[in-house]
Write a protein that binds this ligand. Structure first.
Ligand code: UD1
Length: 379
């Protein structure tokens, strides 16, 4: 039976999740329509990822751009609705926890009766239990709306059960982002580290840390941003600290007048997927508030320090190479945790990979969609 899927991506962390799913769907002769909402639109936030991952051009580009949460979500909904009506897919498949994820799930759920479409959520069941994070709202509501909940780690099922979601709708498939990582790593490493840093000084064979920051709770507050950048500056006494700057973070550094704190760091524009992968793979430590990098560093065997109060990816701590910096963040707490992490050392690639983080999640996603298509029931 051929399954007709409308697959949605909108923001940078979505592209590495949809690329293997498109390949697996098309490899199994299913019909896949790829929709890019345009939540991220800069060449460095979107095109570079599409190119690096070998993704084909989207069938629909909704071009929604930036705005407040309400505005962005509303624009995505308005633009996505006619696509679902025109395409009448069997499944709308959404990934991750960004505004595009929730907006498209909401549209599909309202059109379920009229078009017969169902919703599948890839990366279901993750919970930070921190309702101040916009992503937590997106996760909980998307899961509530989904007919098929595809989980990346075993802990997710307990979160969903606690919320009253019937386990018959939940399928453990593993982590699809790792499909992209394992596929692209040899090629990324072959290009050499530091390509995207403009061959930056300080990376010529010396040890380095790679840091990323973009969470509103870390970067929208002058005090928090100062604490984090000062800690990174302290660490740079011993090893180069590469800091690719998300547009949000760049804007805050400028408006708070913190440019001076970047002086000891290797600050770069946002990097593409391959450059980030190559840099992470050879780093001494990763310091981040990104969810994806907690997962990638776990598989790469690189110690990671997470600059967040909680993580919705606890398996990266219990099994992987991740640890949380003490909260509330302090300059000294970040430095101490980073030094401990560095001392703990790297492990072999894959040595700490959780179950199902094996490069085959996309195939299990396709199997789950095929099996669920064979049943006519909706939630
Ligand atoms: C979004 C996601 C977050 C994810 C992150 C990865 C939500 C609620 N948040 O956060 O979960 O971890 O993406 O990057 O969906 N901007 C540009 N160019 C772009 C895109 C954004 O300059 O291509 C700037 C704009 O000023 C924009 C700001 O970055 O207002 C924030 O972008 P937005 O998509 O709202 O959220 P992110 O912080 O990127």
């Amino acid at each position: 039976m051929t399954v007709k899927v409308l697959l949605v991506a909108g923001a940078r962390p979505n592209f590495m999740k949809v690329a293997p799913v498109i390949a697996a769907l098309e490899g199994a002769a299913h019909e896949c329509t790829f929709v890019h909402t345009g939540q991220h639109y800069d060449a460095v936030m979107s095109d570079a990822f599409i190119r690096d991952l070998g993704l084909r051009a989207p069938d629909y580009h909704l071009g929604v751009g930036s705005g407040s949460h309400a505005l962005q979500t509303a624009r995505i909904m308005e633009a996505f609705e006619p696509v679902v009506v025109a395409e009448r897919p069997d499944w709308v498949v959404v990934v991750g926890d960004v505004n595009s994820t929730l907006a498209c799930a909401l549209v599909a759920s309202k059109l379920a009766q009229e078009t017969g479409c169902r919703i599948a959520h890839v990366e279901a069941g993750l919970r930070s239990n921190d309702w101040l994070m916009p992503e937590e709202i997106n996760r909980v509501l998307t899961d509530r709306l989904s007919d098929l909940l595809l989980t990346p780690s075993r802990d997710a099922l307990a979160n969903l059960t606690r919320e009253g979601i019937d386990s018959s709708r939940v399928v453990f498939v593993g982590n699809v982002m790792i499909d992209s990582l394992l596929r692209m790593l040899p090629q990324a490493r072959g290009r050499g580290r530091g390509t995207g840093t403009g061959g930056h000084q300080g990376l010529n064979g010396g040890p380095y840390a790679i840091a990323t920051l973009h969470r509103p709770s870390n970067v929208d507050d002058r005090e928090s941003l100062t604490v984090i950048l000062s800690a990174l500056a302290d660490l740079s006494a011993d090893l180069s600290v590469v800091l690719p700057l998300h547009p949000r973070t760049r804007a805050r550094i400028d408006s708070f007048g913190l440019e001076g704190l970047l002086a000891p760091l290797v600050a770069t524009p946002p990097l593409g997927y391959m450059d980030m992968l190559a840099l992470q793979a050879d780093a001494e430590i990763v310091i981040t508030d990104s969810g994806g990098m907690q997962e990638e560093s776990t598989v790469l065997g690189v110690p990671c320090v997470t600059l967040r109060r909680t993580t919705e990816r606890p398996v990266t701590v219990s099994q992987g190479t991740n640890r949380l910096a003490p909260w509330p963040l302090t300059r000294d707490g970040i430095v101490r945790t980073a030094l401990d992490a560095r001392r703990s050392g790297r492990v072999e690639i894959g040595a700490r990979a959780p179950e199902g983080w094996d490069g085959h999640a996309s195939e299990r996603i396709v199997t789950a969609l095929e099996k669920a298509s064979a049943t006519t029931e909706r939630k």
